[in-house]
Design a protein around this ligand. Structure first.
Ligand code: SF4
Ligand code: F3S
Length: 104
């Protein structure tokens, strides 16, 4: 599966939802997650994210993000239509440790 990671938080550009063939993105207040059981590993979302927040879970060190994606995909509503990014997306793009500071 692919997972959404830290840099989505407070950016939420939403370009990813437009390209996913199986509509497996789920939306929280300030980030999205991918449902790991629904993602078909096509990889088309990865290069579409302006924040470079989408990674294959085969990359090392992403266990925490796989857990977060799994947990919240079952709690949050599906999102399939692109809207504007969050208002301060450019300001928060690239900041480190956003999960600890801002996740909601
Ligand atoms: Fe959707 Fe493909 Fe991205 Fe998985 S890898 S979330 S199926 S676009
Ligand atoms: Fe987040 Fe990137 Fe999608 S910032 S909403 S994973 S396009």
């Amino acid at each position: 599966t692919y997972v959404v990671t830290d840099n989505c938080i407070k950016c939420k550009y939403l370009d990813c939802v437009e390209v996913c063939p199986v509509d497996c993105f789920y939306e929280g207040e300030n980030m999205l997650v991918i449902h790991p059981d629904e993602c078909i590993d096509c990889g088309v979302c990865e290069p579409e994210c302006p924040a470079d927040a989408i990674k294959p879970d085969t990359e090392p060190g992403l266990e925490k993000w796989l857990e977060i994606n799994t947990k919240y995909a079952s709690l949050w509503p599906v999102v399939t239509v692109k809207r504007d990014a969050l208002p301060d997306a450019e300001k928060f793009d690239g900041e480190s440790g956003k999960f600890e500071k801002y996740f909601s």
